[in-house]
Design a protein around this ligand. Structure first.
Ligand code: HEC
Length: 397
């Protein structure tokens, strides 16, 4: 209730007519950032108690299979978890504190088969009205993301990495200024806390804005998670204090929360099962060869409503970016001089038709009646949700 009235006040402050859709969007996907003269500098600083705690659902990124049986089994697991997010802004810094359950403390000790527990926050390089959100799994060629990552190391140490990414397997170390980080596992609660403090304005990336898209990723060393094998959230937005949000941008992001944006999930399920399973698998459902198309088991947790709509209507405009080359190798082909197998066409999600832009191999359903697309989107958004965490759509004000 408190959050609701704060957001309402902010919307009015911005001069925007507080629409039910933007209100619902900010209540569902917004993370209210607290304000303080200085960001609390450690994971257990009492100052964090003043920040509002928001629980964000995460699910395994099950889009493609890996060359790892155990990891694949985990990625098919239907149970999403959650990460509790707190954020505080000072006049010059942004601090984000993540907290999540993990039964074991795993630290990277430099052996090839030991994996450290890790966490990352991801933000678009460019965002604002008219800017499409990057692909959730590390961005895409047309829309890059900044990733701040921490990993638990031997002897209580933490490594921190900044990167700019433009798709799976494309992390490039980036000069993003300084960063303070911390990580601590609480034996009593069996929970990790990870802290990221960065300048609001870094040399190559400013987050000094009213609305900043953000997503979260966690790696569990006990489950051999690393690289693309992780749990991930959908895009959320940080709502920074004392800044007026751009009503146009918020309205764009709020698609899915307006009356009539999404339809009936049961009708959508019937349509998806009739026309989409020839290419896509949804857990045990589907008969297509694996990796012909993305596995949709968790697509509802990982995607925004607008991404799902665009994926169905205009697939080439919402492309799942090319995957790590390792996943494309055809192991029946001989190795080249570098020891790599040639790429097979199976699992190529897009082709270059000579136009210069990659075209999805998925047929677009842009000609489908709007109501049917709305039903399909309603169903897709339920995928990966635990029964106890229904999506909070615009349908129920
Ligand atoms: C001919 C095979 C084919 C059919 C039929 C098909 N798709 Fe796809 N779909 C793909 C491929 C390949 C991709 C990956 C490339 C892209 O993003 O467009 C994809 C991507 C997607 C994505 C994005 C997935 C992600 O992980 O982000 C969604 C959502 C989706 N399809 C939904 C559907 C729905 C709903 C239908 C039925 C109405 C459907 N698809 C029919 C092949 C297909």
């Amino acid at each position: 209730m408190k959050m609701h009235s704060t957001l309402l006040a902010l919307a009015i402050h911005a001069g925007a007519a507080a629409s039910p859709a933007t209100d619902r969007f900010l209540a569902a996907d917004g993370i209210v950032v607290g304000s303080a003269p200085a960001v609390p500098a450690t994971v257990d600083d009492a100052g964090w108690a003043s920040a509002m705690a928001t629980s964000v659902v995460v699910a395994p990124q099950s889009t493609v299979t890996l060359n790892d049986k155990g990891a694949n089994a985990f990625r098919q697991s239907p149970a999403p978890g959650n990460v509790v997010v707190r954020a505080i802004a000072s006049p010059t810094e942004l601090g984000v504190l993540l907290e999540w359950d993990d039964a074991t403390e795993n630290r990277f000790v430099g052996e090839t088969d030991s994996y450290g527990d890790s966490a990352a926050i991801e933000m678009p390089v460019a965002f604002g009205a008219g800017q499409r959100l990057p692909y959730i799994g590390m961005g895409d060629a047309g829309s890059h993301v900044v990733v701040h990552m921490v990993r638990a190391m031997d002897q209580g140490k933490v490594t921190t990495r900044h990167a700019v990414a433009a798709g799976f397997g494309s992390l490039t170390a980036a000069p993003l200024g300084w960063m303070k980080t911390g990580m601590a596992w609480q034996p009593k609660t069996k929970r990790w806390r990870a802290l990221f403090v960065r300048p609001l304005k870094a040399p190559e990336h400013s987050v000094d804005a009213a609305i900043v898209p953000i997503a979260f990723a966690l790696w569990d060393g006990a489950r051999d998670q690393r690289g693309g094998n992780k749990v991930l959230s959908a895009w959320h937005v940080l709502r920074l204090p004392g800044r007026a949000p751009d009503a146009t941008y918020v309205a764009e992001l709020a698609f899915g929360y307006g009356d009539g944006d999404v339809g009936d999930a049961a009708r959508g399920q019937a349509m998806v099962e009739a026309i989409c399973l020839s290419c896509h698998r949804i857990g045990a459902k589907g008969y297509s060869p694996p990796d012909l198309a993305p596995e949709l088991t968790n697509v509802g947790v990982l995607s925004s409503y607008s991404y799902l709509r665009d994926s169905v209507m205009t697939p080439s405009a919402a492309l799942v970016p090319n995957l790590n080359v390792n996943r494309h190798q055809d192991r029946t082909k001989p190795k080249d001089d570098n020891g790599a197998h040639a790429h097979g066409s199976l699992g190529a999600f897009a082709v270059n038709d000579g136009s210069g832009t990659a075209q999805s191999v998925m047929p677009g359903f842009g000609a489908m009646p709007k109501e049917q697309v709305a039903d399909i989107v309603a169903y897709l958004k339920t995928l990966g949700r635990a029964p106890s965490s229904p999506p909070s759509p615009g349908a129920t004000p």
